[in-house]
Ligand binder design. Structure first.
Ligand code: GUN
Length: 293
């Protein structure tokens, strides 16, 4: 059965919109997200436009700061500091990747941890590692866990979750989130021996490596749940292309109990979780107790 990420994103955005309305009507605050885009990378431009539009569609204030491709680290730091010091801004996101002259880690660590709605700051990753509920959690891993729970029910306790990929943005934080859900977690990567056999032991298999159609049916236990984070554009001839995941959907879908399609799986959840994080940040900054379900 396909796991419908679009439907889950719509449901989460509805909940976010209700919270935006509540915070505005009861506390006179309109949650605000600032998105910073440096340069003209076409994919980043699309992502940023979607983030800004969706923030507005749930009733938030959304501010877009565009900077030229030759921006220096110092110039970007100055903008981050300005947004850190602006009390009307609750969330800050600097779209990655940044042009190569900019020191990415300096920028991430300069964002005020309480406004870091990407959850990339070391204070937030440290809190996630420690199981501290105050962590702002990276958006894509959050979306993955929501979809796994949608398929399997809210209790993932004791399940063997295998995560393919160990990036700071997805694999590592996803491993920590799954531990918080009381899963037994294995993280595998490009140097892992017997990767196929380990994946085949997974009750839930998460794949975030950025390699089109890498995971085949022989990697998957029949009846497993498969969450595909990959978004790869492949050439299909005659100048045309199409989006595929890291999992060979046609091959794996017949044996998986649940599987996310690409597009329409994890992708739509990422922005929905970003907007949720913006509400969490706004509530934390204003000592409001408005929890998500
Ligand atoms: N580029 C690709 N994914 C992301 C993300 O989740 N956050 C940011 N800031 N940049 C990205």
């Amino acid at each position: 059965m396909n796991i419908d990420g679009k439907q889950s994103a719509v449901a989460l955005n509805l909940e976010t919109k209700e919270k935006v309305d509540l915070i505005r009507s009861q506390h006179g605050i309109t949650p605000a997200l600032a998105v910073v885009l440096v340069g003209q990378d076409p994919a980043s431009q699309v992502y940023v436009r979607n983030k800004v539009m969706q923030a507005e569609s749930v009733g938030m204030v959304s501010i877009e700061r565009k900077m030229s491709a030759d921006t220096t680290t110092e110039q970007l730091l100055a903008v981050v500091n300005e947004l850190n010091n602006d009390p009307s801004i609750n969330g800050i996101l600097v779209q990655l990747p940044l042009p190569k002259q900019i020191e990415e880690s300096l920028i991430i660590e300069a964002i005020a941890a309480e406004k870091d709605v990407d959850g990339f700051h070391e204070i937030n990753s440290g809190r996630l590692l420690n199981g501290d509920k105050r962590a702002l959690v990276p958006c894509t891993p959050q979306g993955c866990v929501i979809l796994a729970k949608k398929a399997l029910g809210t209790d993932l306790r004791g399940m063997h979750a295998v995560v393919v990929g160990r990036s700071n943005i997805v694999g590592k934080p996803l491993g920590m989130l799954l531990l918080r859900e009381n899963c037994s977690v294995t993280i595998v990567h490009s140097h892992t021996r017997n990767i196929e056999e380990i994946c085949k032991q997974a009750d839930i298999l998460f794949v975030a490596v950025g390699r089109a159609n890498m995971v085949k049916a022989s990697w998957v236990k029949p009846g497993a749940t498969v969450i595909d984070v990959g978004i790869n554009r492949i050439d299909i001839g005659e100048g045309r292309s199409r989006l595929v995941g890291d999992v060979d959907f046609e091959d794996v879908a017949p044996i998986a109990a649940h599987i996310t399609p690409v597009p329409g799986g994890v992708g739509p959840m990422t922005i929905a979780c970003l907007l949720k994080n913006t509400i969490v940040a706004a509530c934390n900054q204003n000592n409001l107790n408005i929890p998500f379900e």
